[in-house]
Ligand binder design. Structure first.
Ligand code: PLP
Length: 459
């Protein structure tokens, strides 16, 4: 296995013998001794099951968080399947996160003391918590990584108003989680877990209960974005409880494959984040319950390149007028990975969130162009003499090649000066002829390769 894609046997049922040796965990239900989760398949069913998900749905009913399920013609045609989008971007907080957060807080609101609740979040869980705090009259403290997009921070403050206190710490969700734990210990606040508590996972599972009601049956395939794993765990547990034959597929960002790495060893592990672009789904350590449920029930987790996520996000915007955030477009971007397996099936993609910061669109467009092979960068050594730039333009550029960046860097020697040149192509196949013309020109031209330090700075 290459660590990026995982196939598992699905639907392992817990037998009574598997319960032997289990500890009492965070709730009254037993959990396996630390490090032995893989030896007790199905242990999580005592914590998250159809009953807990139905109870969550009942709790959510009066606050009206039902979202549309829409048939999507363009994707259905492209993948020769019936593709539906579950529009969780249409929630009051523009993501499904309100489900888990509200279910959690409403369940304990009556017993909460003054410090109220505390949470760590990459931005969307915080909005769910803020909305629930305000709705239920509970005080909340929210820890966010410093790089949380501005749009999300503004929304959290607007939604929570004077019921929540927002604090910034570190660079990742996990840094925020550590700060939230410390705060909970010294202030006595209750942590609202973003993905690793039965109440949160059960709340997220209500997405699938709704899908089945709206579709009139369970879908053949459900594609779900994965960060800490709360959403996929809730959805898979719901389908498991209903004995539905649905194949559940996860989609993780390529630069943050925490769930894939954890499944490979059978328990949650912390990874180094290689790319934090898909901010909603970037988590170093997935949850214990999510890893266990996913190991037992999920068919595959696909790691989706960030550039493909950007392309899916832009298509949604341009073709459908849908504002998705990167994590929200993950499931749709994963359709390519299952294209051969979904022909003639009914597929539901969870469009999980729509909190996109408008300031991110330049980067989204750039990453999409690079992913589609339409944008390339070069260092060009230009002789310091009149007409050399013209020579580069005349001899190297094709009729449809466009210079999108030109930056004189420095004189490398007295007779030469280097320039950084970005070229946008009309068609990815134009790259071969461009490279051939560059080679024939006799100019010294070096492609800036993906992965190099300068490339990471550019894209
Ligand atoms: C929009 C969106 N999609 C997907 C995810 C990943 O969810 P989970 O952590 O439940 O796997 C998140 C997490 O914050 C999110 O905000």
């Amino acid at each position: 296995m290459d660590g990026l894609h995982l196939q598992k046997d699905r639907r392992v049922k817990a037998s009574p013998e598997m319960r032997v040796g289990m500890d009492s965990g965070t709730s009254d239900a037993p959990t396996p001794p630390a490090g032995q989760d893989a030896e007790f398949p199905g242990w999580w069913r005592a914590l998250v099951n159809l009953e807990t998900i139905r109870a969550a749905a009942q709790r959510l009913e009066p606050v009206g968080v039902r979202t549309p399920l829409q048939h999507h013609d363009r994707l259905s045609e492209r993948y020769r399947a019936d593709v539906f989008l579950k529009r969780e971007d249409q929630q009051a907080v523009r993501s499904y996160k309100i489900r888990g957060a509200y279910n959690f807080i409403a369940g304990i609101a009556a017993q909460l003391s003054t410090p109220g609740v505390v949470c760590a979040s990459a931005g969307n869980h915080a909005q769910g918590v803020a909305w629930s705090c305000r709705h239920l009259g509970v005080r909340g403290t929210i820890f966010l990584p410093r790089r949380t997009p501005r749009q999300k921070v503004d929304r959290i403050r607007a939604i929570g108003a004077d019921m929540v206190d927002v604090r910034f710490v570190g660079t990742t969700f996990d840094d925020a989680a550590t700060a939230a734990e410390e705060y909970a210990t010294h202030a006595g606040a209750t942590i609202v877990s973003a993905f690793d508590h039965p109440a949160t996972v059960s709340g997220q599972g209500t997405v699938m209960l709704e899908v089945i009601q709206q579709l009139g049956a369970a879908p053949d395939v459900a594609i779900v974005p994965v960060g800490g794993g709360g959403l996929i765990a809730g959805i898979a547990a719901c389908l498991d409880g209903l004995d539905a034959p649905t194949t559940v597929v996860g989609a993780q960002p390529m630069g943050a494959p925490g769930m894939v790495r954890s499944l490979a060893v059978g328990h949650p592990v912390s990874i180094d984040i290689e790319d934090d672009f898909v901010d909603g789904a970037v988590v170093r350590t997935p949850g214990r319950i999510p890893v266990a449920v996913t190991a037992d029930l999920v068919s595959a987790i696909h790691c989706v390149p960030e550039g493909r996520v950007c392309t899916a996000l832009l298509d949604l915007y341009q073709d459908d007028g849908i504002v998705a955030e990167p994590a929200g477009a993950l499931a749709i971007a994963a359709l390519d990975d299952v294209a051969d397996q979904i022909v003639d099936t009914t597929v539901v993609c969870i469009l999980s969130g729509g909190n996109n910061d408008v300031a991110r669109y330049d980067e989204i467009i750039e990453r999409s162009l690079v992913y589609r092979g339409l944008k390339h960068y070069f260092i060009v050594e230009l002789p310091q003499q009149p007409g050399s730039l013209r020579r580069f333009l005349d001899e190297c550029l094709g009729p449809h090649d466009d210079i999108s960046l030109f930056e004189a860097l420095k004189k490398s020697r007295r007779e030469y000066g280097a320039a950084l040149v970005g070229i946008e192509l009309a068609d990815r196949d134009d790259l071969g002829p461009l490279m051939a013309r560059m080679a024939a020109s006799g100019l010294q031209i070096e492609p800036v390769t993906p992965g190099s330090a300068i490339y990471r700075y550019l894209v």
